[in-house]
Write a protein that binds this ligand. Structure first.
Ligand code: FDA
Length: 305
C-alpha cells in the first residue's frame, strides 16, 4: 500500500486530476488548515495558544520554470515579515526544488541566502526540507555553504538513509540545526533501511549524537516525528548523558497526533507544529497517506454525502 501511494504521489496524470475532486479537497483538510496564507496564519494563532511554536511550509516541489522560484521566494519573504508584524516568530521550511534546485542551483542558492539573511534579521529560522535521495548530496552541500555564513539555518536529515550518519558527522562541526525525520520517500534498499526497527534504531543513534551536541550548545535538535514513544526512549538516553529535555524539541505536522504534542509540552519538551498550506498539496498529501494507510479510509469516507 505504501509503495502504491508513493507511486501515486509521483504520477503526473493523478497530480493534475485528483486534487480537483471535492472529496479529495475535503480529505486534505485534515492535514492542512487551508490553501491560503490567511488560513495558515489563523492556524498559527491556535497553535501558539496551545503552547507550540510554528513553522510554515507552502506546498510545492520540482518547479518547471525559474520564474516560479522567484515567486516562491517572494512569498516566503512576505511570510517572514508577517511573522515579525504579528510579534510571534514564524519559522519557514522550504524544499530546495521549490526554489529551483532542479533548474538552476545558483538561483536556488541565492534565494536560500536571501531568505536565511532575512530570517536572521527578523529573529527566526530558515529550514531546508529534505527530498528524495537524488537530492541529498546537493542539499547537504548547500546547507554546508549556507551555514558558514548564516547562523539560523536548519536542515532535515532522514534516518532511513544509510548515508545520514556520515552526513551528520560532516555537518556537526558547523554547529548545525537539524530536524531529524524518518524519511517520507520511496527509496531503494541500496540506499535506505527498509524495516521500521532499523529506521527507528538509526533514528535513536543519530538523535543521541545530536542531543550530546545540543547539550553543549553546539547544535539545535528537532525530533521531527509523531512517534512519541521513540521521543521518550531518546529522552531517557539523552538524560543519561546529561542532555535536558529542553534541548529535545518535538516537531510534528499540523493535524497529526496533536494530543501527543500537547502531552510532550506538558512534560517539558519544546514543541512545534509544522503548518502546510497552498494549492500544490497533491504529492505531499499522498506521502501523508503512505505514512499511515489508515488515512486512506478517512479520505474515502469523504466520498460519502
Ligand atoms: P511512524 O511512521 O513510525 O509513526 C509514528 C506514529 O505516528 C504512529 O502511531 C503513526 O500511526 C502516527 N503517524 C505517522 N504519520 C502519520 C500520518 N501521516 N497521519 C496520522 N498518523 C500518523 N520527511 C522527509 O523525507 N523530509 C522532510 O523534510 C520531512 N519533514 C518533516 C517535518 C516534520 C515536522 C515531521 C513530523 C515529519 C517530516 N517528514 C519529512 C516526514 C517523516 O519523514 C515521516 O514520513 C513522518 O513523520 C512519519 O513518520 P513518523 O516519524 O511520524 O513515525
Amino acid at each position: 500500500m505504501r509503495r502504491i501511494l508513493l507511486w501515486m504521489a509521483r504520477n503526473g496524470w493523478l497530480k493534475d486530476h485528483l486534487p480537483r475532486l471535492p472529496f479529495a479537497k475535503r480529505a486534505v483538510r485534515r492535514f492542512m488548515p487551508g490553501e491560503r496564507l490567511a488560513d495558515a496564519l489563523a492556524a498559527a494563532d491556535r497553535e501558539n495558544a496551545a503552547g507550540f511554536g510554528v513553522l510554515f511550509t507552502r506546498l510545492g516541489e520540482n518547479l518547471t520554470e525559474l520564474a516560479q522560484a522567484d515567486e516562491v521566494a517572494a512569498h516566503y519573504h512576505h511570510v517572514l515579515d508577517r511573522g515579525k508584524a504579528r510579534g510571534r516568530a514564524i519559522e519557514i521550511s522550504v524544499k530546495p526544488t521549490q526554489l529551483g534546485l532542479d533548474i538552476d542551483p545558483e538561483t536556488c542558492e541565492r534565494h536560500c541566502r536571501e531568505l536565511a539573511a532575512h530570517a536572521q534579521e527578523v529573529g527566526t529560522w530558515f529550514w531546508l526540507d529534505m527530498e528524495g535521495s537524488s537530492y541529498t548530496e546537493a542539499t547537504v552541500a548547500l546547507y554546508e555553504r549556507l551555514k558558514r555564513d548564516h547562523e539560523r539555518v536548519g536542515i532535515a536529515l532522514q534516518a532511513y538513509l544509510k548515508r545520514t550518519a556520515t552526513d551528520l558527522q560532516r555537518i556537526l562541526p558547523l554547529r548545525p540545526c537539524v530536524r531529524l525525520v524518518k524519511g517520507a520517500y520511496d527509496e531503494p534498499e541500496a540506499v535506505a533501511y527498509r524495516s521500521k526497527t532499523a529506521v527507528d534504531g538509526n533514528y535513536q543513534v543519530l538523535a543521541v549524537a545530536l542531543a550530546e551536541a545540543a547539550r553543549d550548545g553546539k547544535a539545535r535538535l528537532a525530533l521531527g516525528t509523531h512517534d512519541s514513544a521513540l521521543v521518550e526512549r531518546i529522552s531517557v538516553r539523552a538524560e543519561a548523558i546529561g542532555a535536558p529535555r529542553r534541548v529535545l524539541e518535538a516537531h510534528m505536522l499540523y493535524g497529526i497526533r496533536r494530543n501527543e504534542l500537547s502531552r510532550l509540552v506538558a512534560d517539558g519538551y519544546p514543541a512545534y507544529s509544522l503548518v502546510a498550506y497552498g494549492e500544490s498539496w497533491y504529492a505531499w498529501y499522498m506521502r501523508r497517506l503512505a505514512e499511515r494507510p489508515a488515512n486512506v479510509v478517512f479520505a474515502l469516507r469523504q466520498l460519502l454525502p
